[in-house]
Write a protein that binds this ligand. Sequence first.
Ligand code: FDA
Length: 504
Amino acid sequence: SGGTFVPAVVVGTGYGAAVSALRLGEAGVPTLMLEMGRLWNQPGPDGNVFSGMLKPDKRSSWFKTRTEAPLGSFLWLDLANRDIEPYAGVLDRVNFDQMSVYLGRGVGGGSLVNGGMAVTPRRSYFEEVLPQVDAEEMYTKYFPRANSTLRVNNIDKSWFEQTDWYSFARVSRRQASNAGLSTTFVPNVYDWDYMRREADGAVPKSALAAEVIYGNNHGKVSLDKSYLAAALGTGKVTIETLHQVKTIRQQNDGTYLLTVEQRDTGGKLLGTKEVSCRHLFLGAGSLGSTELLLRARETGTLPGLSPEVGGGWGPNGNIMTARANHMWNPTGTKQSSIPALGIDDWDNPDTPVFAEIAPLPAGVETWVSLYLAITKNPERGTFVYDAAKDRADLRWTRDQNAPAIAAAKSLFDRINKANATIYRYDLFGKQIKAFADDFCYHPLGGCVLGKATDDYGRVTGYKNLYVTDGSLIPGSIGVNPFVTIAALAERNIERVIKQDIADS
Ligand code: FDA
């Protein structure tokens, strides 16, 4: 048996990982979290922890020589991106052949870069996606538990109605309503009271200073401030940063042995460590956890893993699109970077869509209405292990997004028709393109619940090995996914602690 022994290891510090670590810590289990990104708590030379969205520097991106912003262009010109020095920055874009996936890197995972939209899915759709999970228990116990621990809160509606910072959302709401579509307020983990004080000039601005995808310097309750702070508070949980887990093998006594690479923020290898544990929780996200298991299966370190590992991946139907408004419908020079409304047409039997009304906080009037549509695309991708590159490759072709584009188009064609407006074709790269179908924010699947694992995330074929994150969800959940990831992790870890750990 090799390496430093710890009873439990959690790989990653995103939603599934953070939930699991908190509950393990509360149960008294000494737990080590291994995170490949850095801890984001030290101000840089400009006095801020994160670089902003409008002038990104090396802190913005995970080892890139140029930033890769989702809205890289305006009038087909690449205006938003900057050349930068490779660094352990907070936002990664993993580029596969026909699909790119945005991810957060650092203590808190995706919570550091995401829009904070905290949406509990329609119960009927949850039941359709995960029929083996007791929905009654989820909706009475685990969704409420996740929402309260994440500190989800709601916008003050009277402030929303009068603030300049959401005029873009009110314009889109009126235009949706002209097409007979209804909108809904979206809860968030951004502190809406803080945002009001930003608007009043009483505190430093973050959402109102265009901060989001490269990190929020204020206002957002990311996981480092909620679940992970509580986990560290148990005194049982420790986090090692800039530590990337590379390989997993099982030893003769049933414990797991991990090899872990430690690097500095410039990417220099500082050393390779071995860590062993009895209980191993994979919370490295859809791409990360799936890659670790695929590598283990294909290189023979965990040869008994299910052939289902790698399957059932989807981008949650993500399609971005934008409309051009008439001159008399400005969307405002002031735009909060935190979305507050969604167009809810999920009950449409032909083309269900939940579209968040997204800001384009450029600081100048653009007359653009931007949306992230979540559609119900039945197409799924598969990860395969690429031995030459020692990484998971995604088998997903662009044409698999055709059903998602068709659904988004059907909704926004209705809105354009009702308002005599058109799409913008210049925002998504150099081509003429109205629908961004080549990237996503919501990677889901790869180690699907009940397929690559049992119904509680226990990996098939191995004892004391668990998947806790977005890889469990089979490609679609109909809304922004982190509340579901957290709630499912709450459910699974409760069972695992009771049955697998308390008695062992
Ligand atoms: P997550 O990806 O959060 O965490 C995985 C962690 O593991 C990362 O910190 C990673 O660095 C680490 N890791 C990976 N491999 C490792 C290894 N081998 N060793 C060590 N560490 C490793 N969702 C939502 O509900 N509302 C929203 O508003 C948004 N908005 C949004 C915007 C943007 C820009 C992005 C990129 C994403 C969103 N999302 C979102 C999606 C949401 O952030 C995402 O679904 C969750 O973060 C996924 O949680 P997981 O626990 O699966 O992994």
